[in-house]
Write a protein of this length. Structure first.
Length: 211
């Protein structure tokens, strides 16, 4: 079967008729290039290179999770852009950030995670400033990721997995005291507040909620 270029979105390309074996080979070949993201959906492969704003907000939201779990004295397993894939589903993707929280104890000491046996991350972070051509939420749902935070540069949406797919939520299920409005407020502050100062403000707010 011949691979076909079907689209060329900003900072990436989409190829059709790509075998699972080719996808696996590319994952290995590009393993040392952390700036490249591969998304695979039943023969369609998207290769994207995130821009600076994408990385900025990915790091910031990841830091928010680190602050919250630190203040809760809660162990987590932070696995960054871990490749989440299952050959039986013919689907795979790399979150911008992902975390094991509820299921941290099941994976913290594993060198390799097998998604045929191990649980998916409890929380994934998606920065969608440069829109994907593949419906990544469908992939997350098929893998069983319970919660996804998705930020498009202007709006943060918390998605929670239900029986028929994801539904939007006002409050994080992972951190029940953390509403979408507060996460969004601190994301907006990033436009006028430097990073370390913002994280100090966020930590202070978290402490006020849990004390």
């Amino acid at each position: 079967m011949t691979a076909t270029l079907i689209e060329k979105p900003a900072q990436g390309v989409v190829l059709k008729n790509i075998s699972w074996q080719t996808y696996e080979s590319l994952l290995q070949d590009l393993a040392e290039q952390p700036g490249v993201r591969l998304t695979y959906d039943r023969g369609t492969l998207e290769i994207m290179t995130p821009l600076a704003p994408h990385e900025k907000y990915s790091e910031l939201l990841g830091n928010f999770v680190e602050v919250v779990t630190d203040e809760l004295n809660q162990e987590i397993c932070s696995l960054g852009s871990l490749t989440c894939k299952r050959e039986d589903l013919a689907r795979g993707l790399e979150p911008d950030k992902c975390f094991y929280i509820k299921n941290e104890d099941l994976v913290w000491n594993k060198e390799q995670i097998d998604f045929n046996q191990d649980p998916p991350p409890d929380l994934a972070i998606e920065i969608d400033i440069t829109s994907s051509s593949i419906d990544r939420l469908t992939l997350y749902a098929s893998l069983g990721v319970p919660e996804v935070w998705r930020y498009d540069g202007t709006r943060l949406i918390i998605y929670q997995l239900e029986e028929n797919g994801y539904v939007e939520a006002d409050v994080s299920r992972t951190f029940p005291f953390l509403p979408q409005t507060e996460i969004m407020r601190f994301l907006d502050l990033r436009k006028t507040t430097k990073e370390k100062a913002l994280l100090r403000l966020f930590r202070r707010w978290v402490k006020s909620q849990i004390e």
